[in-house]
Design a protein around this ligand. Structure first.
Ligand SMILES: [Zn+2]
Length: 80
C-alpha cells in the first residue's frame, strides 16, 4: 500500500474511489463510482503554491510538508 502521507487529498480520493469500484459486488454502486471517477477527472487543476523561503513550487499540501532546501543546506553546512 502506498504511504498515504505523501499523497494529496485528490490522489487519495481517486485511490479510494477506484478501490471501491474494484471491490464492489453491486452494479448500482459501480455505476455511481464510475460517475464519481468521471467527476474526479473533471475537477479543475489544483493551483500551485510557492514556498516563501526557498521558492519551491508544488501543490499546497506538498509545499506545506516539504523539507525546505535552505534548511537542508544549513544542516549540510553543520555536517561539513
Ligand atoms: Zn521551502
Amino acid at each position: 500500500m502506498t504511504d498515504d502521507t505523501t499523497l494529496t487529498a485528490r490522489e487519495r480520493l481517486r485511490i479510494h474511489l477506484r478501490e471501491a469500484r474494484r471491490t464492489t459486488d453491486s452494479s448500482i454502486v459501480e455505476v455511481q463510482l464510475d460517475a464519481a471517477l468521471d467527476a474526479w477527472t473533471d475537477l479543475p487543476p489544483t493551483p500551485l503554491r510557492e514556498c516563501p523561503i526557498c521558492g519551491k513550487v508544488g501543490v499546497p499540501e506538498r509545499i506545506q510538508q516539504h523539507r525546505c532546501k535552505i534548511q537542508d543546506q544549513s544542516d549540510e553546512n553543520i555536517e561539513f
